[in-house]
Design a protein around this ligand. Structure first.
Ligand SMILES: CSCCC(=O)C(=O)COP(=O)(O)O
Ligand SMILES: [Mg+2]
Length: 235
């Protein structure tokens, strides 16, 4: 692999633990959604996404039903753009009132800081909405990491398992695809990025994936158990 000129990273399972998202963020959103929709459901920025959910479910009308659908999607870990946008708005309260900080693996915080200091531009691509990503890194266990990042991408640019999404991101970053390294814990996302010409690295963290993914299970993507050693900070 030639030294990348930019790094694009996933969040859940890559920079941060899956259990924080599943055991802290999702239950918080599930609990807070009914009151959030009651209080803010008429605001255009919220209404837009509630109506999207209603339309995608055959045009149901009551907000109560929409909330139940959203809670079902949280339980199923659906990566629906409307759910992710609404979750981001709900989590804002949790971060602001310091109910929690966002988990980040110490090795990820250390290497993101080192890469940034070495002049390597860093980007995020997550199913979490861009506002949710900014909140996440703005209130991380390692403090406010948002200044490290040059850009943010969510599923409004396309699904994470579709090669076209990575082509769109490459166009937006403005570097050749082969000079961008994508980090993720999901091989199907890495397959799509590789199809678009990006370099790839599989994060296979023991805490998230107790059974190591080896051999065919890596789909040929270089495998790492932490951020240390993926790219030397000085390269
Ligand atoms: C940054 S928002 C919290 C994470 C989240 O909701 C999510 O769906 C993360 O998915 P990822 O694409 O980062 O694996
Ligand atoms: Mg992930």
């Amino acid at each position: 692999m030639s030294a990348p000129k930019a790094i694009l990273t996933d969040i859940e399972g890559t920079t941060s633990s899956i259990s924080f998202v599943k055991d802290v963020l999702f239950p918080y959103a599930r609990r807070a959604l009914p009151r959030f929709v009651e209080m803010h459901g008429k605001e255009p920025a919220v209404r837009k996404w509630l109506d999207t959910v209603a339309t995608d479910n055959g045009g149901m009308c009551s907000d109560h039903m929409v909330v139940e659908v959203l809670q079902g999607w949280i339980d199923e870990d659906r990566k629906h753009t409307a759910l992710k946008a609404l979750q981001g708005m709900v989590w804002a309260d949790g971060y602001r009132s310091a109910d929690f900080t966002a988990h980040i693996y110490p090795d990820a915080a250390e290497m993101l800081q080192a890469w940034h200091a070495a002049g390597l531009p860093l980007y995020v691509y997550s199913s979490g909405s861009v506002p949710a990503q900014r909140l996440f890194f703005g209130h991380s266990d390692a403090g406010d990491l948002t200044p490290l990042f040059s850009g943010w991408f969510d599923t409004e640019i396309g699904g994470k398992r579709e090669a076209q999404s990575y082509r769109n991101i490459v166009d937006s970053i403005g570097l050749p695809a082969g000079e961008i390294l994508f980090l993720s814990d999901v091989v199907e996302e890495l397959d799509a990025a590789r199809e678009a010409g990006l370099q790839t690295a599989l994060l296979d963290r023991r805490e998230d994936y107790p059974q190591p993914r080896e051999g065919e299970a890596t789909h040929g993507h270089p495998r790492h158990e932490s951020f240390s050693g993926i790219v030397p900070a000085a390269s």
